[in-house]
Design a protein around this ligand. Structure first.
Ligand code: FE
Length: 209
C-alpha cells in the first residue's frame, strides 16, 4: 500500500490482536490433533518462497519483452504459467481459473472480490488485509476513480476504468503498463519493478531512479 494511505483507519493495535487470535487458534488446532506443530510454518514458507507476487512479476516482465508470450498470457493465464519453471501443483491452490487483463493508455483495470476475498494465489500470493475489507469491496465498485485516487492512481477522464469481480470461478489480476525509460532493462530488472498493488490495479509501475 502506498505510504501515507489511511483510507481504512485501522487501529494501531490491529496486528497485535490478530496475531494473538491466530496463536490461540493454532494452539487449539494442534491440541485437537487437526494440525501439527509445523503445519503453519510449512504453509507460510510456501507463500514466502514458492507462491507469491514474485511469480506474477516474472510473468508480467516476460510479457513486456515477449509479445507472443503476452498474447498467450492474456488468452490463457494458466497455460502461460505452465510454460514457466514454477513449482508444480500451484494451480490447485486458488488458481484453477486465473485471468489477466491488460492496462493500456485507454483502459485501467482494478480487481476486487465483492463477495469475500478471492485472489490469484499462484501469481500474487495471499491478498493484503485491506483487499478483504468490506469498505474497499463496496467502494471500489461504486466509486472506483475516487478509490484509485486515494491509492495515488490519478486517471485522466478519458481513461475507462474496469472493475473485475473475482469469484471461485475466475480470479482476475492485472497486467500493468510498462513504464517509460525501461527499454534497456533485463527481464529480472523489469520484474523487480512490479508490486502486488500494480498487479491489482491500485498502483502504477514506476522506475525509482
Ligand atoms: Fe472471494
Amino acid at each position: 500500500m502506498p505510504s501515507g494511505y489511511d483510507g481504512f483507519k485501522y487501529g494501531a493495535d490491529r496486528e497485535i490482536y490478530s496475531a494473538a487470535k491466530v496463536k490461540a487458534l493454532e494452539s487449539l488446532l494442534i491440541e485437537k490433533g487437526i494440525i501439527t506443530g509445523n503445519t503453519v510454518d510449512t504453509i507460510l514458507s510456501y507463500f514466502e518462497t514458492e507462491m507469491g507476487p514474485f511469480n506474477g512479476a516474472k510473468l508480467v516482465a516476460k510479457a513486456w519483452v515477449d509479445p507472443a508470450f503476452k498474447a498467450r498470457l492474456l488468452a490463457d493465464c494458466n497455460a502461460a504459467c505452465a510454460e514457466m519453471d514454477f513449482p508444480p501443483g500451484m494451480s490447485g491452490a486458488e488458481g484453477e481459473h486465473m485471468r489477466i487483463v491488460e492496462n493500456t493508455p485507454e483502459v485501467h483495470n482494478v480487481i476486487v472480490c465483492t463477495l469475500c476475498s478471492c485472489y490469484p494465489w499462484p501469481t500474487l500470493g495471499l491478498p493484503p488485509y485491506w483487499f478483504k475489507d468490506p469498505t474497499f469491496r463496496a467502494r471500489v465498485v461504486r466509486e472506483p476513480r475516487v478509490v484509485l485516487k486515494e491509492f495515488g492512481v490519478e486517471l485522466d477522464d478519458s481513461v475507462e476504468v474496469r472493475v473485475w469481480d473475482s469469484s471461485a470461478q475466475i480470479r482476475w489480476w492485472v497486467l500493468p503498463m510498462r513504464p517509460a525509460g525501461t527499454e534497456g532493462m533485463s527481464e529480472a530488472q523489469l520484474a523487480s519493478l512490479l508490486t502486488p498493488e500494480a498487479m491489482m490495479g491500485v498502483a502504477t509501475v514506476t522506475v525509482n531512479r
